[in-house]
Design a protein around this ligand. Structure first.
Ligand SMILES: Cc1cc2nc3c(=O)[nH]c(=O)nc-3n(C[C@H](O)[C@H](O)[C@H](O)COP(=O)(O)OP(=O)(O)OC[C@H]3O[C@@H](n4cnc5c(N)ncnc54)[C@H](O)[C@@H]3O)c2cc1C
Length: 413
């Protein structure tokens, strides 16, 4: 049986692409090697934080990371690796950390962030999806005097729609656990957050009801290409044929590699701790501890900490020392409170060196499209990516005819 479109990988990118393809009248199949209950798209912080967001590779990143390493607070770890690709990735990352690139990336973040937030809001209102979504802003908290000063210099004007510099009382209202060791905080008002796990489950459930086919717990092992066309996919159990194929396999690049694409991406391991806590200490909105790279996201039933960025490892094991270090960093600047029913999780960000995703049609294989490399902002941009890929596939457009691909695809930067 030949299907219309097969999407390999049911993370947020795969599901958002399925959502818009299905809406455009296509028959869609999603194949995933797991059960779509626990990928990177489930355990993340759920920040939709495209506004006033500096890319990971910003000017000064290397020096700042080294300083934090000396203080024992650095979230970044680079594991020694025999894989030369890791070092090529690092070199590209350092080259991207310049003023010009940062400015451009921040503008792209805003453009595609606004599109995505509006698309999420439309999903919620049109399809009654419950994402536990809040557009209440993101609180950026500074624990280092120097970085707070630097940030204040950038925001030494008034724009009430966009941001507010909080005084001590206002900080306590937003973050009741804050102590006087915190140097300052800025509320970036245009950002939003949601409960990622809820989003994934709601989307999957909606898609199933809308007729999208899910083939789960089946890994695609290879892709058969003949005459510049994908003929079929091979899993351990079956062969699957379709008119068009989308690869959205998160940090896993093997299938793209089999199609001749050496994607410049690396897995960046992160942790989350989900727990229940006393209501009186819960933050009022999503809160990022800028210098520590720790995020605290309030959710309907619990709260989630996320942190750490480990390059050069794809071992999903939860390392107790890392959990302790997240807590230690957080409680150094916050009042103690009890964390109940803690759930530990790890996942891998599909990180490109310049924070620009690897999306678009394959240049040679005519019925193959990529939705990869969403890095640390996949939840933020997935709906925009879903619409861009749907436009390419449904209207049979070449990359060159899509302004979005030319602007926001790492294949062309
Ligand atoms: C700690 C942490 C915090 C984060 N916080 C945020 C945040 O606040 N905001 C934000 O926007 N982003 C955040 N992110 C990033 C975000 O989670 C990712 O960018 C996003 O989830 C990536 O989605 P994806 O669909 O590309 O990949 P995934 O969610 O990894 O999905 C890929 C799917 O492909 C399947 N697959 C892979 N290979 C095969 C195969 N051969 N055959 C079949 N199936 C296959 C996998 O099973 C998986 O289900 C965070 C990430 C981490 C780790």
């Amino acid at each position: 049986m030949k299907r219309d479109i097969i999407i390999i990988g049911g993370g947020i990118v795969g599901l958002c692409t399925a959502y818009y393809l299905q809406k455009s009248g296509k028959k869609v199949t999603v194949i995933d090697e797991n059960s779509i209950t626990d990928s990177t798209s489930f355990g993340n912080a759920g920040l939709l934080s495209a506004f006033d967001k500096t890319p990971l590779s910003y000017p000064g990143v290397v020096l700042n990371t080294l300083k934090l390493m000396l203080k024992g607070q650095s979230p970044a770890i680079i594991h020694p690796s025999f894989d030369l690709k890791v070092y090529r990735w690092l070199a590209r990352f350092i080259l991207s950390a310049n003023e010009k690139r940062t400015k451009k990336t921040m503008m792209l973040f805003e453009k595609y962030g606004e599109i995505s937030l509006q698309l999420y809001e439309k999903m919620i209102s049109e399809d009654s999806l419950d994402f536990d979504y809040h557009r209440d802003g993101m609180l950026s908290v500074f624990t280092e005097e120097e970085s707070y000063k630097q940030r204040l210099q950038k925001y030494n004007y008034v724009d009430e729609q966009r941001f507010k510099i909080l005084n001590k009382d206002e900080l306590l209202e937003y973050l009741p656990s804050a102590t006087s060791k915190i140097k300052g905080a800025i509320l970036f008002k245009k950002n939003a957050y949601f409960d990622s796990k809820r989003v994934m489950l709601e989307l999957k459930n909606h898609l199933e009801k809308a007729g999208v086919e899910f083939i789960l717990n089946e890994k695609i092992n290879s892709i058969r290409v003949e005459n510049n066309e994908v003929k079929h996919l091979v899993s351990s159990k079956n062969i699957y044929e379709a008119e068009h194929y989308v690869i959205s396999t998160g940090y896993q690049t093997l299938l793209a590699q089999k199609c001749g694409r050496d994607l410049m991406m690396t897995p960046a391991k992160g942790y989350s701790i989900t727990f229940e806590m006393e209501e009186k200490f819960k933050p009022k909105t999503s809160t990022i501890f800028n210098d520590l790279f720790v995020v605290m996201t309030p959710r309907r039933d619990n709260v989630r900490f996320t942190s750490k960025l480990e390059i050069g490892s794809s071992d999903a094991k939860v390392v107790k020392k890392q959990i302790e270090s997240i807590k230690k960093n957080f409680f150094e600047y916050n009042l103690p409170f009890e964390m109940k029913n803690e759930i530990y999780w790890t996942g891998f960000r599909p990180l490109t060196p310049n924070d620009i995703p690897l999306i678009g049609r394959d240049d040679e294989i005519k019925n193959l499209t990529y939705g990869m490399g969403l890095g640390w902002l996949g939840m933020t941009f997935a709906p925009a990516i879903g619409t861009i890929l749907t436009d390419l596939i449904v209207n049979d457009k070449k990359n060159a005819h899509s302004d979005d691909i030319l602007l926001f695809s790492g294949f062309y930067q």
